[in-house]
Design a protein around this ligand. Structure first.
Ligand code: FHN
Length: 582
């Protein structure tokens, strides 16, 4: 490839590099999978739906607010199976309208839809002969909404997929998760043969062509059991994609963590997807109104696509079958933006540049480069390192020409004072050649000496933490027993080295004094590298301070996180960014 970054080849690599040795599959299955992956890569944006019995308590149990994600209420409150089963008798989603849901996905510009056929609570939202604990046999509704939904999606050209919790099932003694009813030894094979295999067969047989099956939280099942599960899926529907959360590296494509966006362009491991929430829960919670701003979501869509991923954005319908109005409104704003700017998202390849800052992102197609201006830089924008000649530049929002100069490696746009599009102004560039060539030192995968980890690119963990767009900073670092509000960044192999660190933050003097911890960690292990310090007062002004100590981040590091430890007196501090210096 030399110095050039060849888009068609890049697309092929992204689409054709599965997670595991796909050669274990028969050739016809391999071909069907590769074709499905190419299509999956083009779609970019999908709707996730978490719908189940947990929408009845909706985050409250016996009059008490339950912290955390709504669909985990049974686990959090250790609700006995016999008691949880009673919820089914009340589940009657009379307002459910499959076509309205599919129409919403379509209006939002979502190209695929994935719905919970069975979540960890073990309740099947489809007619199942393998377990009576299903929507047709156990509820007054008595109908199978998945039949209508799969048909409505097919009519509207939306690819349809099922979420299925294969490992945790709190209803079953031999599955993982429920230690309050079933403390004795488990034999997962009994659970697999009695429930998982027959139900997976049911969902693959009764709902037309499944675009994908979305397994979750692997843990208990052995590699052999997972292989058997994979074989079953691919025998019934060879083109049905399997996500990485089937476990043991047996998926066709990767999930990042929930709401976790890789820091840089990430194509090493084949295709990937970010599952994400619109507020702080997946399943409906009546008091969760922490809705993300549509602008933020449009930025995140551009960010994810520019790094090579798909965005699977969740809605949590009520027990009556209604998608909450705020979710609908947000998604329609996204759809409106996509109707004008969709060519810069669908079917694009990732950025040929390394990701720097939060001003802009890039996506590409043969002969095209799209610059997504996320945070308006004022009257001009400079992009360094593009070697391909630009022959034309225009705003997608109004088709107006954009004035530019290109000298050496510097491409400079003259811009109006204010964004042309209030959400994300895309500048579409026509190049003189099909390939996008980027100078050595600027390409994706080559990082600069100083790399800013902005709060905006982190996953905000916790119910209280907030992001402020004005100051581009996060605050409310509160501490609770079960979860600490914190920022988590996901390098996904992009960083390797020992770095000096700066922190850009503000803190009122009277809130100063808490200890903070910045650490690089592997999942489930002790922090590999850490820097501790004390939040000093800054009279409420943003300052950049060098931290004592160095942070080592390895390709295997799962995340870097920032949090307060000890006490949360400094919770109102505002963290804008952490800068790593090589
Ligand atoms: O435990 C689940 C959670 O409830 C939700 O379904 C998410 C979606 O990605 N998956 C698991 C946690 O990662």
């Amino acid at each position: 490839m030399g110095r050039a970054c060849l888009i068609p080849i890049l697309v092929l690599v992204v689409a054709a590099a599965p997670l595991w040795a796909a050669s274990d599959d028969p050739p016809a299955v391999q071909a069907a999978t590769a074709k499905a992956l190419r299509h999956f890569d083009e779609m970019k944006f999908g709707m996730f739906i978490h719908w189940g019995l947990y929408a009845i308590p909706a985050g409250e149990w016996k009059g008490k607010y339950v912290r955390g994600i709504g669909e985990w209420i049974m686990f959090r409150e250790k609700i006995p199976v016999a008691e949880y089963e009673q919820l089914a008798k009340q589940f009657n989603p009379v307002k459910f309208n499959a076509d309205e849901w599919a129409a919403l996905a379509q209006d939002a510009g979502m190209r695929y839809l994935v719905i919970t056929s069975k979540h960890h609570d073990g309740f099947a939202m489809f007619k199942s002969n393998a377990s009576k604990f299903n929507i047709v046999d156990a509820t007054p509704y008595k109908k199978d909404p998945m039949k209508d939904l799969s048909a409505a999606c097919a009519r509207r050209g939306i690819k349809f997929g099922f979420y299925y919790s294969q490992d945790q099932d709190w209803h079953e003694p031999h599955a993982r998760g429920n230690n309050w009813d079933f403390p004795e030894q488990r034999n997962p094979q009994i659970y697999l043969e009695g429930k998982v295999f027959p139900q997976v067969k049911e969902i693959l047989s009764g709902y037309g062509e499944l675009s994908l099956i979305w397994f979750d939280t692997p843990g208990l099942l052995s590699e052999q059991q997972v292989i058997e599960l994979r074989r079953m899926v691919k025998t019934l529907q060879p083109s049905c994609l399997i996500n990485s959360r089937i476990g043991h590296n047996r998926g066709d494509y990767t999930q990042t963590g929930d709401n976790a966006i890789p820091l840089q362009v990430y194509t090493k491991n084949g295709k990937w997807e970010v599952p994400a929430t619109l507020n702080d829960t997946w399943g409906y919670k009546k008091n969760d109104n922490n809705w993300k701003d549509p602008k933020d979501l449009i930025h995140k869509l551009a960010d994810i696509v520019s790094k090579g991923g798909n965005y699977l954005l969740n809605v949590g319908p009520t027990a009556e079958g209604v998608i909450p109005k705020p979710s609908q409104d947000i998604l329609r704003v996204m759809g409106k933006w996509l109707r004008v700017n969709g060519e810069s998202i669908y079917g694009t390849a990732p950025s040929p540049f390394y990701i720097d800052g939060i001003t802009w992102r890039a996506t590409t197609k043969p002969g095209k480069l799209y610059i997504h201006v996320l945070n308006w830089p004022g009257k001009s924008l400079r992009i360094d390192g593009l070697e391909s000649k630009v022959v034309k530049a225009q705003f997608l929002a109004n088709k107006a020409a954009v004035a530019f100069t290109q000298k050496g490696g510097a491409l400079q746009f003259t811009l109006p004072d204010k964004p042309v599009d209030p959400y994300n102004t895309v500048i579409a560039l026509d190049l003189a050649e099909p390939e996008v060539r980027v100078a050595d030192g600027r390409r994706a995968g080559q990082l600069p000496k100083r790399l800013d980890l902005y709060a905006w690119t982190a996953r905000l963990r916790g119910e209280e933490i907030r992001y402020d767009f004005q100051t581009q900073s996060a605050s409310h670092f509160r501490q609770f027993q079960q979860e600490t509000n914190a920022l988590w960044w996901y390098p996904y192999g992009s960083l390797d080295g020992t770095y000096e660190v700066e922190m850009t933050y503000s803190c009122p003097d009277n809130a100063a004094g808490s200890k903070f911890l910045l650490s690089a960690e592997r999942r489930g292990a002790r922090p590999e590298s850490r820097i501790e310090g004390v939040i000093e007062g800054t009279q409420g002004k943003f300052v950049t301070r060098k931290l004592d100590g160095k942070l080592t981040v390895r390709p295997e590091t799962d995340y870097i996180n920032f949090r307060l430890v000890g006490d949360d007196k400094s919770a109102p501090m505002k963290l804008q960014k952490i800068t790593l210096i090589r």
